[in-house]
Design a protein around this ligand. Structure first.
Ligand SMILES: [Zn+2]
Length: 449
């Protein structure tokens, strides 16, 4: 049997700066361990805990707290993040890492919009397109060829920007605003998803299935993450029972962790530096072993608000040691979409031949979308509308001859045509081709991204 390759795919949850006061850091740690230190929450206490110099707590707790505080040194301003980016995006830095083909390091940027929040104690950079635009500029300025992908943070019940949440249903307005604005203003539509807080639930499972063919969120691992106080009772990133052998799978309709008959592909992705679900020598070796007879997707992830370089360097050292033990297996730094295509076994001819294409026509007040090549991913193309007053809308289409014909009527029940500045339609196919078409100033234009 022919050996495969291990595709090393580095996913970065791209969220901009993150500030944490000493008081907030201590409160977070106390909540995490379910304890109260009974100390004033200030910088002096924080420094003492970091140095392991607090007498009244037991030594194992002290060590755990110390490790978390040391690994949670956040980049709190764009200046700090940009200093890192200019360093790690440089050709010289990328070349410090070399894959089996002699190629340099590749990043995959999963960019979030922090939106829908009422309080923002961590001073996150709020607003639609704000982090997206910051990154697309710096990637362009540094001539980086890395791709931008999708990340979304569901909104917590009290709309606090620093808390985790799981519900897409509770975040639907912001979700569609984010997609619609990126589509209309930047001609961008997501192909690859990374789950916010590593978490999926039925509502996100079904949402993704409508639009996004690739998903790199599985964190199933042989360790009891449910012992951690913030993960007890299957809270948050619950991938219990999902494949742990680096295989790519289709999820089940009701249980995203099970293999099933949905169309999107889910790959596995472990943390580069975290208190749980961390990539290690054992997991890397499993990928190399699996690659003895097939291509393997090995995803790793971290955040842009922590120093990315030290986390890559640590991982790369282990990767190199492991590759010496498996000299016949090549490891290849990869863009996510390229890795999916290789692991699934999609040929270039197949990808090109089946590239989704649709045409738009506007007759009187009715928009018709006709799919003329390939097949759309999901049930319908994505419709986004920008009104002349600056509002953005998403809506369902009306279904004609499914799945190749769709309609949308502009009138008093929706929007009148004279109220509209732009209409954009996007669709992926199962191969990761994306067709975008738009109507603006009575002109129809089409793009592939
Ligand atoms: Zn995130």
């Amino acid at each position: 049997m022919m050996p495969g390759n291990v595709y090393i795919v580095h996913h970065i949850d791209t969220e901009g700066p993150l500030y944490e006061s000493a008081e907030e850091a201590l409160l977070r740690i106390e909540r995490l361990f379910g304890v109260s230190f009974g100390l004033r929450r200030n910088i002096e206490t924080l420094e003492k805990l970091k140095a392991g110099r607090v007498q009244d707590i037991d030594s194992s707790l002290s060590e755990s707290v110390c490790n978390i505080l040391k690994s949670a040194e956040f980049k709190k301003s764009w200046e700090e993040i940009d200093e890192m980016l200019l360093r790690i995006l440089s050709t010289n830095y990328r070349k410090r890492f070399c894959d089996s083909l002699g190629n340099s390091w590749i990043y995959n940027w999963h960019i979030v919009d922090h939106v829908g929040f009422v309080t923002n104690k961590r001073q996150r950079h709020l607003g639609y397109l704000s982090i997206f635009d910051h990154y697309t500029k710096i990637l362009k300025d540094t001539c980086s060829l890395d791709k931008v992908y999708w990340h979304f943070h569901p909104i917590s019940l009290k709309k606090e920007a620093h808390f985790c949440a799981t519900s897409y249903e509770n975040s639907m307005y912001e979700l569609h605003q984010s997609l619609s604005r990126r589509l209309i203003e930047r001609r961008w539509f997501p192909k690859v998803h990374r789950a916010g807080f590593h978490t999926e639930r039925p509502d996100s499972n079904w949402f993704l299935e409508q639009w996004i063919p690739f998903d790199v969120s599985n964190q199933s691992i042989d360790e009891d993450v449910f012992e951690q106080s913030d993960n007890m009772n299957h809270r948050f990133g619950d991938w219990y029972g999902a494949p742990k052998d680096w295989s790519v799978y289709h999820p089940d309709l009701y249980d995203w962790r099970k293999e099933g008959h949905l169309k999107r592909y889910i790959a596995r992705c472990l943390n580069l530096n975290c208190r749980f679900r961390t990539i290690n020598e054992y997991e890397i070796e499993q990928a190399f072993k699996k690659a003895m007879h097939e291509n393997v997707y090995l995803g790793v992830t971290n955040h842009d608000f922590r120093e990315i370089s030290s986390e890559i360097e640590k991982f790369y050292n282990v990767l190199q040691i492991m590759s010496l033990q498996y000299p016949k297996i090549k490891y290849i730094f990869s863009d996510s979409l390229d890795a999916f295509r290789s692991v699934i076994g999609m040929s270039i001819q197949e990808i090109k031949r089946n590239r989704v294409e649709f045409e738009l026509s506007l007759k009187d007040n009715c928009l018709k979308v006709s799919v003329i090549n390939g097949k759309i991913f999901g049930a319908q193309p994505y419709l986004a509308i920008k009104a002349k007053n600056g509002e953005y809308f998403h809506d369902n289409m009306d279904f004609g001859d499914f799945p190749s014909e769709y309609y949308y009527t502009f009138d008093y029940q929706t929007l009148e045509l004279n109220e509209i500045e732009q209409i954009s339609i996007a669709s992926n196919d199962s191969y990761g081709n994306t067709c975008i078409a738009e109507i603006k100033d009575q002109q129809i234009k089409k793009y592939w991204i």
